[in-house]
Design a protein. Sequence first.
Length: 436
Amino acid sequence: MAAPNVSGAVAVVTEAYPTFTPAEIVQILFMTVEDLGTAGIDEIYGWGLVRLDRALSVGPVGMTGEGVYTVGADGSGTTWIVSFTSDGSLEKEGDGTLSILNAATFRQGADVNDGLLAVDGRLTTPMLAVGRNGILGGNCFVASDVNVDGTLAPDRSPGTLIIAANGTLQPRLRGISGVAINTFTPVLGELFTFVQVEDSSVTGSFAGLNQPDSGLTPGTRLDVLYWPDALSLAATPESYADLSAFGVSATQNQRALGAAIDTSRPAAGVRPDAAYNDSFNMLYAAAGQALAGGLSSLTGRLHAEMGTSAVRAIGRFADRIGERQMGPASGWLSETGTPYGTGEVWVSGNHAHTDVGSSGAISGYDVNASNGAFGIDWRFGQNTAGQAGAYEYADVSANANGAGNIGMQPMPPSKPAARHWPYAAGCPMATFQAAA
C-alpha cells in the first residue's frame, strides 16, 4: 500500500508546486516525513510517514506564471523551507507570520501589507514595500530596494525599530514583545547596525528620530550613522560641551569645541551634510576616553605650540648671526673659525629642551630641538661680509593631545653687501606636520 500512497502524494505535491522539478518534489517529501520507530532510517518504517500537510507548507502552493501570490489572508502562519523562484509578485496579508527559511525570489516585487514577513533565509525581489501595518523582520538577507512605512524589527536586536509614515525613526528599548529583549542599555559609542545592503547604497535620510521613552543611559541619546551601505544606531552624548557624566574632564578649549559641535550637529536621525557625514560617523562611534582625546587634538592648541617652536628656531638662528656680526666690532668671535682662503668658515649647534607643564584648563607640552648653523666670513679692512645657513629639527609632543615635528631649512642666501659689518644670512623656511 505504500507505493500508491507515495504516488498519490507526489501527484498532489506536483500540482501544488508546478514550477518545481521532479527532484525537488522528491526532496520535499523526504524533508517533511514524520519519523517512526527507531530514530532515522530503519528496516520497518524506512524514511517514515509521508506528511502531505507538511509538504504543502514548505513553499508557495499553486504559485504559477507572473501572477500575484497572496499569503496569509486568513491570518494563518506559513513557513517556506525550500528555495524557489517566481516570475510573479508576493502580497503578504493578514496578521499571521510568513517565514522564509531558504532562498525565495519574486521577480515582480513584494508587498507586506499586514503581519510579519520574517526573512531568515534570503529574499530577492526588485522592490519590497512594507506597509503601515506590516512588519519586516528576520535575521538574514534581503536583496531588494526596500521602502518601509511600517515596522522594521530585526531578530536578535536590542529593540524594535518603527519607521513611521513621515520617515521618523522610533527606536524602542523597553516593553517589546517577541524575540527582542527588554534589558539592553547601549553604552556611549556602541553601534547597532540595523540595515545592511549588498551591491547597492543607502540614500536619503530619516526626517528625525524620536528618542526611546526608557532604556538609555542618562545624558545620552540615539543618533543614526549613515554609511555608504548600511545604517547604524549609536548612543551619543546629549551635549559634547559637558562630558562630565562620562568621566571626561574637559579643558576650556575642549568645552568650547564641544559647544560648537552641539550647534552644528544635525537633529537626531537626520543625515549630516555630505561634507561632514564621515566626521560625524567617527564622532558618534567614539567611546568616552577616545572622545576626550579626539576633542583635545581638535582644539588647535598643538598648532599654536608648533608655531611657537618655529618662531624660537628662527630666533636661535638670528642669535648666531648677531654674534658673528658683533664679533669683529668687539675683537672676539663667539665661535672658533677656520681660515678658508681669504675668509673664515664657522659652524655652531646646540640642543634645546622645553617642558611646559599643564595648569588649570591649559594642557602642557614638551619640545626637543636640535639645530646647527654654518657660514663663511670675509674681512675687508674694517668691514666684514658673510653668508650663513641653518637647519633645525624639533619634536613637539602634547601626549594624548597630539604630536608634530618642525623642519627649519635655509632659503638660498642673498647677495652679501660690503658695508660696515653687514651680514647676508639665509632666511630659514619653516615646514611642519602635526598629527593628532
